[in-house]
Design a protein. Structure first.
Ligand SMILES: [Zn+2]
Length: 94
């Protein structure tokens, strides 16, 4: 294999182990279930097309992505609405 490509593959492995080096700025994600939903991040603003999000400005889909992508999100995007931290603390108390 070409040595340049081998170097890139090794670099990719190192980068993959350091997700905090990446910062997600825009994202469209389809959540698959009986009723699919589209979750979107634009800068630090999350949206989801599910019913719950319309009332609460966050939802299980957004909160799940905040957890999955945490190392790659800005602090604002990670804790949008402060709701995620609040729920985490409540769950920890249960
Ligand atoms: Zn949702």
């Amino acid at each position: 294999m070409h040595s340049d490509l081998i170097n890139k593959i090794e670099k990719a492995r190192r980068y993959a182990a350091e997700p905090e080096r990446f910062q997600v700025q825009q994202l469209d994600v389809q959540f698959r279930e009986a009723n699919d939903h589209v979750v979107r991040l634009d800068g630090e603003r999350w949206t989801c097309d599910c019913h719950f999000f319309h009332s609460w400005h966050t939802c299980s889909h957004v909160m799940a992505l905040q957890r999955i992508l945490a190392p790659m999100l800005t602090s604002e995007a990670r804790h949008a609405n402060g709701f995620d931290e609040l729920v985490s603390e409540e769950v920890a108390l249960v």
